[in-house]
Design a protein around this ligand. Sequence first.
Ligand code: CTP
Length: 399
Amino acid sequence: MLSGKRIILGVTGGIAAYKSAYLLREFQKAGAEIRVTMTPSATRFVGSETFSALSRNPVAVDVFSGDQPDDDWTKHIHWGEWADLFIIAPCTANTLSKIVHGGSDNMLTATVLAARCPILICPTMDGEMYESPAVSDNLKKAAQMGYHILEPETGYLASGLEAKGRLPELSEILHQADEIIEKNRAKGPLSGKKVLVTAGPTREYIDPVRFISNPSSGKMGVAMADAAVRLGGEVRLLKGPVHIKPDERMNTESFMSAADLFEKVKHHADADVIIMAAAVSDFTPAERSDQKVKKESASDTISLNKTTDILQWLGERKPGGQTLIGFAMETENLKQNAQKKLQDKNSDWICANDLGGKDAGFESDSNTIHLIGKESQKTFQGTKKQIALQILREIFQKP
Ligand code: CTP
């Protein structure tokens, strides 16, 4: 169940910090993607290099570390938005106290404040400390603030005493993490909604070895589908010929041609939300040869027929309550053309994609999208994954 989940592992300065390395491995074995943040004192117990090597990602200790070439001092904000769960294991009495009082003097505590995902705290310390009035009070306050607390286990502690304060079994932490992520998803704005997403290019075959297509990578569409899963949607992804492994929690079907996609869309046209991110060919060869066309016998022109405009077809039949989201690929007059598509295709939103910009467009991991609605417009810039989540939050999570 943890497969594909994005987890921030926060490590604080307690002896159980060495167990966090094993915890990281367990999350990885379960298929989760992990980023690690450590407090400065945690690095006295285990070197940050250990976690960086295991997680295959730089470990963040200070907000302003400047020790990475691409260091970004706003990463606590981006990390907080990226994650499905932030788990602090072990969490010392000191970090617990900072969390409860809003302290943000290192990357870990700053990320706690910025995070929009659930946070699981695993308090781990010596028995006397755990039972102290201040720690008991802070744990109560943390629970009231909505943090999830996994109580420590009783056992043999670093002081040599036997008491409550040990980090729970790793399997128990994984189980809790999974439960929290799923409960959070069920509270999402798309919970209980059927979401249909189309992604990637179509291929219009001329003969068995030649086709008309476009360079769509499907990344933006798949990012939209991922974001819809995160917000609780029951997602069906119709995917063109692209090499992206979608989240296991969505139903995925493949399509090849525009006609093929149209047939599949028709079956799910009653979805609560439809996101047409596929780059559908507007034309298809009037004839398709069953055998490879030999150049001696080939004509130097190809007759084309128009394909059905699927988004327009959906817009004409849009049931009440359905949200229809289209995309617009433009190289000029972006906003005007997108506005026209919004009206002509009776869509609720158009995500207008400027193909002219650097660092944006088909193959890129980043993008700039102007979200155009009937009454509002907003621009989003960043990675396709970030933008997808922001767009769906903008549409469905308005206060
Ligand atoms: N679309 C569709 N069926 C088509 C063509 C496009 O459903 N046959 C959808 C796309 O999935 C996208 C939107 O329409 O959501 C706009 O696609 P785009 O290629 O930008 O525009 P077109 O409508 O094809 O118009 P033009 O190519 O003239 O800009």
